[in-house]
Design a protein around this ligand. Sequence first.
Ligand code: ARG
Length: 459
Amino acid sequence: MSNKMWGGRFATGPSEIMEEINPSIAFDKRLYAQDIAGSRAHCQMLAATGIISDEDAKQILQGLDTILSEIEAETFTFSTALEDIHMNVEARLTELIGPAAGRLHTGRSRNDQVATDFKLYVRDTVDMLIGQIETLQLALARKARDHADTIMPGFTHLQNAQPVTFGHHCLAYVEMFARDAGRFADARKRLNECPLGAAALAGTSFPIDREMTAKALQFDRPTANSMDTVADRDFALEALAAATITGVHLSRLAEEIVLWCSAQFRFVALSDALTTGSSIMPQKRNPDAAELVRGKVGRIHGALTSLVTMLKGLGLTFSKDMQEDKEPTFDALDTLSVCLAAMAAMVDDMTPNKDTMRASAKIGFSTATDLADWLVRSLGMPFRDAHHVTGALVAEAEKAGIDLADLTLEQMQAADGRITEEVFDVLTVEKSVASRRSLGGTAPENVRREAERWLKQLT
Ligand code: ARG
């Protein structure tokens, strides 16, 4: 049987393989609410401009309401033969209200329709993701406030570099996630123009009111060029790029949690609720959620790569290739949402092990920079010379198997006779972090102030 939506010029129906490769209903049925919202706005506009009668519009709107409840009650039968969500809705509308249904598609095409549906979906999801990012930031800012004084090693090259506070480390992620939320918000601004009315690609001869449909769907304005409108999927690319960067940040924190939970580190503990055991090794407590967050980022980046590759080299305007935009986007944004929720739960849950962290912060001569800074400050030494003197003292302590703070004053003075007792004041990890009061530094007073600033902003 030929397709009833366009059967006019078709004598026979599609082959089996065509029926397999062509439909998108299996995944685009997810856009039903957006599709119906778009149709409602279009219908009201058609009536307001006198393109269809008020009576037809009334019937169409009632029919669309019925379809919405049928889909939500899961009594709606989706048909693969009807290809996609747009035609499934229209076909059911015809069953429900008869010929008036055929007037809904006046001045519209599936090309502007799908662009509208997909944009509305991306917009709703971006709003939700921004909220989830803020929830995660809040969890991190709370940990930062509670652990403004908790000392841990700060690493470069995964070597002990300088002591920092756990709160400062948490706030580093709060900053990253703020930029991520900003990227989503920025993408949303550019996205928020309404495609409806671009029709197939060239606009329409009907006197439609695009301002009206744009407003009804809470878009800032209609898009300006009909060809761009049906060909554009930048909005999905931007959302996926923002999602990928957010995912990269999540994976870095996830990796740190995995490391911190290991027996070699023991910096933090996760509770039973967020870990798993092993079927063979009774002692195990595995940070699976963190590992999965780290791993799932591959899917998000994969979706971005997939969409970029699909769009690349595609001439204007719509091509069916573009139907391939939805599955990766749905999967990536669903995945990001789960990852954000899992990470917020882990951050809430984790208990830092203060003693282990402090002990670890001390090893590896982590206050060597403080010694060099003291030489500069107290003796007026150029930093490069101070670096050299400190290096010699580190070598000596290393040889003796002791910490810098455990060298005697005599040993210190052997390196430079002007060194006094006061040098020992700067060699503890507490003094080290307390002294880092420069803007953006790790001093507990900075961390407390920054944590409060974020808490105020996020609540
Ligand atoms: N199912 C299509 C998609 O997902 C809708 C647009 C189809 N338009 C067309 N002219 N075949 O992109």
